[in-house]
Design a protein around this ligand. Structure first.
Ligand SMILES: [Zn+2]
Length: 137
């Protein structure tokens, strides 16, 4: 290493290697930062998915309970209906059954404030006075 030119070359080579190493380190750090960002984004997505899944589960459970209650209510109403039909005479029952078949399942409606409780149509004064409401002959 007595030759100054040789020493100079070695120093230049050492500097070049140093720059190369620095560039490599920067590239690796960039890759690391990018992968950490991706990992963080994935964690957020997983947390959101878990929250949505939990919410769906709760909603599904709540809807199931509501459906059970509705089915119980239907059974109760059908029992009430059977009971109510026992007190109805054959002729009005036949008319009721016939109307129910032609009026979209609704044969009778309450009158409230001079209007039809089903469709809201206003009753004529003459019709509103009729007690009880019977079909025209
Ligand atoms: Zn009506």
């Amino acid at each position: 290493m007595s030759n100054p030119k040789e020493l100079q070359d070695l120093q230049a080579e050492a500097e070049a290697l140093g720059r190369q190493l620095s560039t490599l380190e920067d590239t690796e750090l960039d890759k690391l930062a990018a992968s950490e960002e991706r990992a963080a984004a994935l964690q957020t997505a997983i947390a959101e998915l878990e929250a949505v899944t939990a919410q769906r589960g709760a909603e599904s459970q709540s809807l199931g309970k509501e459906a059970d209650r509705a089915e119980e209510e239907i059974a109760r109403l059908e029992a009430d209906r059977e009971l109510a039909l026992k007190g109805v005479e054959a002729e009005p029952l036949a008319l009721y059954t016939q109307l129910r078949g032609t009026k979209a399942g609704l044969a009778v409606a309450k009158v409230a404030g001079g209007s039809c409780g089903a469709c809201g149509a206003e009753l004529s004064a003459a019709l509103a006075r009729r007690q009880p409401l019977r079909p025209a002959d």
